[in-house]
Design a protein around this ligand. Structure first.
Ligand code: ADP
Ligand code: MG
Length: 662
């Protein structure tokens, strides 16, 4: 809580008066001592009592107090896994994985044994799993198969303050489960003080506060609005490193590219410094963290820097509340983050950079006061904090496309979505717009009921359009090819473009280009990889991400399993890929663009300009067909089409008659 003086209030005992004393803290304590040192430990018995006496409770505790890692273990130790398992949902995949790993270490069991996790396309649980961490999306999909969630005796909805789309839908669904199953318990946890809202939603259930133990965080504001927050953040980090007392640094930025660029720039500054001075420069360990970072690199942020070195973690808002990193004494807050919002201009969701809310700013600052008194540098003015920022972020359900949610609720036989028990109902326009898009795809009929296609689409953990693409592959008899494309689109880009070797890697990528399509380029990559026995060294030689391709193969086999359960046989189209392009057109005609001027495209429906992305095969080869469809639009410096395929105009008329005619 930020006080009037702009400082975070001091709570609890100052156990550590010196920074140095703290650095040795984690290293010297055993895991069980560390567990007993967490704020939640002191209220273990009271917690178990309120859970025993109530079917639903809200638990509020600051980030790092031990909610995510300890609560599940307490419940397990108390015996809640005798008649079912304990589920704990997380809005973020990274958190689900990393927390499960940590808890399995604390319980001295293999990950996937007693403690496991499940995220989309990855299930690391087994027959003996009793504590299961998962994304809220995974649990939501489980309700499709098992509406009463019979296998769980208790569910913890963690990070409820994030108000992710799936969490918000789960609230409505779990409320019904609670009413139907007397033997089921629900715990809602939050890192911020909005417990009333959750409590009221469940009819005034008890709110339990875990006493805080945070240290004073001094807040330093920028005197003037900052023009280049990346540069300002780098300068601030260097200043701290050279002149500041020991303690690790955490920088909040908006996304992967920015983070990678910042890490690179920071390491260059360090090199310059080292070569320009004779004095010894202490080491700076620069570590990125964002959701798409491979798991082994993610784990690095928890490792202690070697003696005398300082860690500098460069993060997205993932480090705001989902992950707790000990030893942070300095936070550099740029004041921005990315949010998924529905962009009416583009007619779809896009990640966009936004100023954060005051609640987020306070969370970020709080990261500096976990192990001792810290400092937070806000790269924005006090006036911006007080007068320009929103109090709290707008819940995702009110700002994004609801296609998946509508499909899911419809298959749960919820007829009138406007009547569903939402904590904060989405704007009616949002629901209607999403229903319109599902109607376009052929998932809903004219009166908004689920069609056969829609019923099949919901079986796949995919966005509606991707699910449709797959199912159209069945109809147009190129399912094998389309399955590969869908799998490749479900993993991060497999093209590897290391710094200093850009030209070489671009040339390698160009060799895979299929002139008329980025989708087919992905298919080509995968098929060549397969022809080379799925070899890892082949990937490396061709500047492809080995892990990404393995992941795509894994996704492919999981989707294949679902196809098998639906008794849909694989069909092959052979070397003639025109039918594949037509299939893509059948699922993406709503994202059609036409050539207008030299190399310039406009969206066919709203005439907004949209450009070929420089990484596109079409761009690379300078091929500009009259009509294209694209997988998604992204907004950076301008609107780009991501993953583009040339289509015949008469396909558009045939497949999307509601928009196009010859
Ligand atoms: P909360 O959910 O209340 O924010 P957590 O249960 O996530 O708190 O974290 C409690 C403590 O567990 C952290 O302060 C940290 O010391 C430790 N911890 C959590 N995850 C890890 C990890 N992956 N590696 C090392 N320590 C961890
Ligand atoms: Mg947590």
């Amino acid at each position: 809580v930020v006080g009037e003086d702009g400082e975070v209030d001091f709570k609890g005992n100052a156990r550590f008066s010196q920074h140095l004393a703290v650095s040795d803290f984690t290293k010297s304590k055993t895991i069980s001592q560390q567990r007993q040192n967490l704020p939640i430990f002191s209220v273990r018995d009271e917690l178990l009592q309120v859970v025993r006496e109530n079917q639903v409770v809200v638990i509020i505790g600051e980030t790092g107090s031990g909610k995510t890692t300890q609560l599940t273990q307490y419940l397990y130790e108390y015996g809640y896994t005798v008649n079912g398992i304990i589920g704990c949902t997380q809005p973020r995949r990274v958190a689900a994985m990393s927390v499960a790993k940590r808890v399995s270490e604390e319980m001295e069991t293999e990950l996937g044994d007693k403690v496991g996790y499940a995220i989309r396309f990855e299930d690391a649980t087994g027959p003996s799993t009793v504590i299961k961490y998962m994304t809220d999306g995974v649990l939501l999909r489980e309700t499709l198969k098992d509406p009463d969630l019979e296998k769980y005796s208790i569910i913890l909805m963690d990070e409820a303050h994030e108000r992710s789309l799936d969490t918000d839908v789960l609230f409505g669904i779990l409320k019904k489960v609670v009413a139907r199953r007397r033997d089921f318990k629900l715990i809602v946890t939050s890192a911020t003080l909005n417990g009333e809202k959750f409590s009221n939603f469940f009819g005034g259930i008890p709110i339990f506060h875990i006493p805080g133990r945070t240290f004073r965080v001094q807040i330093c504001y920028s005197k003037t609005p900052c023009e280049d927050y990346v540069e300002a953040a780098i300068k601030q980090a260097m200043t701290i490193h050279i002149t500041g007392a020991p303690g690790d640094i955490l920088i909040f930025l908006t996304g992967q590219d920015e983070i990678e660029a910042t890490c690179y720039a920071l390491s260059e500054r360090m090199e310059q410094l080292i070569s320009s001075t004779k004095q010894p420069v202490p080491k700076l360990l620069i570590l990125p963290i964002y959701s798409q970072l491979p798991a082994d690199l993610q784990a690095k942020i928890f490792q202690k820097a070697e003696d005398g070195a300082r860690k500098c973690i460069v993060a997205t808002n993932i480090a705001e509340t989902s992950l707790t990193i000990d030893g942070i004494f300095y936070v550099i807050d740029t004041g921005y983050g990315k949010m998924k919002v529905y962009n009416p201009r583009m007619g779809m969701d896009a990640l966009q950079v936004f100023p954060i809310s005051r609640a987020s700013a306070d969370q970020r600052a709080g990261r500096a006061g976990r192990t001792g008194p810290g400092t937070c540098y806000r790269l924005y003015t006090k006036n911006a904090y007080e007068n320009e920022m929103l109090q709290s972020p707008v819940p995702e359900i009110q700002r994004t496309n609801l296609g998946n949610v509508v499909l899911l609720l419809k298959s749960l036989k919820i007829q009138n979505l406007l009547d569903f028990d939402f904590m904060d109902p989405p704007p009616q326009d949002n629901i209607l717009n999403s229903m319109y898009q599902l109607w376009l795809l052929g998932a809903l009929n004219d009166v908004g009921d689920l069609m056969d296609l829609g019923r099949k689409m919901v079986k796949f953990p995919l966005d509606p359009a991707l699910a449709k693409l797959l199912l159209m592959g069945e109809q147009l008899e190129c399912l094998n090819e389309v399955l590969t494309i869908v799998s490749m689109l479900s993993v991060p880009s497999v093209f590897f473009r290391p710094k200093d070797r850009e030209a070489e890697s671009d040339a390698a990528r160009e060799k895979f280009f299929v002139p008329e399509s980025d989708h087919l380029t992905l298919l080509n990559v995968y098929q060549q990889w397969k022809a080379n026995e799925y070899r890892g060294d082949w990937c490396t030689d061709h500047f492809l991400q080995v892990k990404g391709l393995y992941k795509a193969r894994e996704v492919r086999s999981q989707l294949l399993d679902i196809l098998k359960t639906l008794k849909i046989p694989l069909t092959y189209c052979g070397p003639d890929w025109d039918v594949v392009r037509k299939t893509i057109c059948s699922a993406y005609f709503h994202n059609a663009a036409m050539l207008k001027g030299i190399g310039e495209y406009v969206n066919c429906r709203n005439r907004m300009p949209c450009n070929l992305h420089p990484t596109s095969a079409l761009y690379g080869l300078g091929y500009t067909p009259d009509y294209v469809v694209y997988h998604e639009a992204i907004l950076t410096t301008k609107e780009y089409m991501q993953c583009v395929t040339a289509v015949e105009p008469h396909w558009l008329a045939e497949l999307g008659p509601m928009f196009f005619s010859v």
